[in-house]
Design a protein around this ligand. Structure first.
Ligand SMILES: Nc1ncnc2c1ncn2[C@@H]1O[C@H](COP(=O)(O)OP(=O)(O)OP(=O)(O)O)[C@@H](O)[C@H]1O
Ligand SMILES: [Mg+2]
Length: 358
């Protein structure tokens, strides 16, 4: 099912400002779309509006072109999975998963098929006859997912469904959810504040901040071409190195004049209008190239070994840079090394509007 939001806004009663404002969005049929953003930005509010659990203050919500604003949740053909799943404690895992289908008077055969199929995918078959109190939190979370799956809805709405799981299980479930989505092809809208989840699972990411969309696109677009400074700082780990400065004589110069970085010819053309104006320069940690002739001579203060890569926490005068290098390369704390920024990978942002320039 295709989900469309037209200029959607939400103002909670008693609140002075809109929590969500001017959200325009199309989620295509069968897409896996992730709504990402920092805590309190309005992700759950938006999802709950799509579910029908929150009223819509302004704008239109359309499912396959049909206006849904006033349609009650049970008639929307959606299934929602929450972070705080509430399983019926007196029912077995099987009964919990079967519950919604039983309420709809589906046949025992169909219910059994669906429950077993979901349990198999979620690897909880051996707990079907346990009570929720007798299984782990992670297993309970999977029962909650299974409960939504058995209904075969037109849209899955998931609000941070993995956040209670430990890191390993979360990684496993991420892949399982993507596989599940591939086999079911159900439109999925998934809310998280975890950019790794968004980057690894989404076919489309929607990044929200303070109730407004900052960028919509594919994960690689977010990483390679963040549209504004907020997106640049939010996506990527370690965080992108960001410097404030000016364009002087076609080059980027830090405000204290200690750094001079020459852009590529292509960027130079786009920066012509910024002569003597403030801009931000962003460089990802892996875009520093070791270079004996390099213009950036940095002092390595701390080295963090992550396995396949090392993070160098460095200083150049007043400036700090995080530089990533292959895990097997040799660097020592307290020593200086020269690097050149990869010219083809510089991100420039307008000093005032904070929008991307190049
Ligand atoms: N029922 C409510 N009444 C009034 N304000 C609310 C209500 N629910 C949420 N808010 C406010 O709306 C804003 C957005 O909340 P929301 O729960 O949508 O954020 P979120 O992005 O899901 O955050 P988190 O990542 O912490 O779950 C917050 O400032 C919150 O306090
Ligand atoms: Mg939330």
């Amino acid at each position: 099912m295709r989900v469309e939001l037209k200029n959607i806004g939400k103002k909670y009663e008693g609140r002075e400002n809109f929590t969500i404002r001017g959200v325009d969005l199309v989620i295509e049929d069968q897409e896996f779309c992730v709504i990402l953003g920092p805590s309190g930005c309005g992700k759950s509010t938006l999802l709950r509006m799509i579910a029908g659990l929150n009223s819509i203050t302004e704008g239109e919500l359309l499912f396959d072109g049909k206006l849904m604003n006033k349609v009650p949740p049970k008639d929307r053909d959606i299934a929602m999975v929450f972070q705080s799943y509430a399983l019926y404690p007196h029912m077995s895992v099987y009964e919990n998963m079967a519950f919604s289908l039983a309420m709809r008077k589906e046949s025992k055969k169909l219910i059994d098929e669906r429950v077993r199929e979901a349990a198999d995918v979620l690897q909880i078959s051996e707990y079907l006859y346990s009570k929720p109190s007798d299984i782990s939190g992670g297993q309970r979370q999977r029962v909650a997912l299974g409960r939504a799956m058995v209904r075969k809805p037109k849209v899955f709405l998931m609000d941070e469904p993995l956040s209670n799981l430990d890191a390993k299980l979360r990684e496993h479930m991420r892949i399982e959810l993507v596989r599940l989505h591939k086999s079911l092809d159900t439109t999925t809208i998934y809310v998280t504040h975890d950019q790794t989840e968004a980057m690894t699972m989404a076919s489309k990411i929607i990044l929200l901040d303070q109730g407004k969309i900052q960028q919509v696109g594919k994960p690689e677009e977010f990483y390679n071409r963040p549209e504004n400074l907020f997106v640049a700082g939010f996506i990527g780990s370690p965080t992108m190195n960001i410097l404030k400065g000016e364009i002087r004589g076609g080059s980027f110069q830090s405000l204290d004049r200690s750094l001079n970085i020459k852009p590529s010819q292509e960027d130079y053309e786009l920066l012509k209008g910024y002569e003597n104006k403030e801009v931000y320069l962003g460089i990802r940690s892996e875009r520093f190239l070791p270079d004996k002739e390099g213009s950036l001579e940095v002092l390595v203060e701390v080295i963090e070994m992550l396995g396949k890569e090392k993070l160098l926490y460095t200083k150049l005068g007043e400036h700090s840079f995080i530089i990533s290098v292959p895990g097997h390369s040799q660097y020592e704390e307290g020593k200086k090394y020269k690097f050149s920024p990869d010219k083809g990978a510089l991100h420039f942002f307008d000093g005032e509007s904070k929008e991307r320039i190049n």
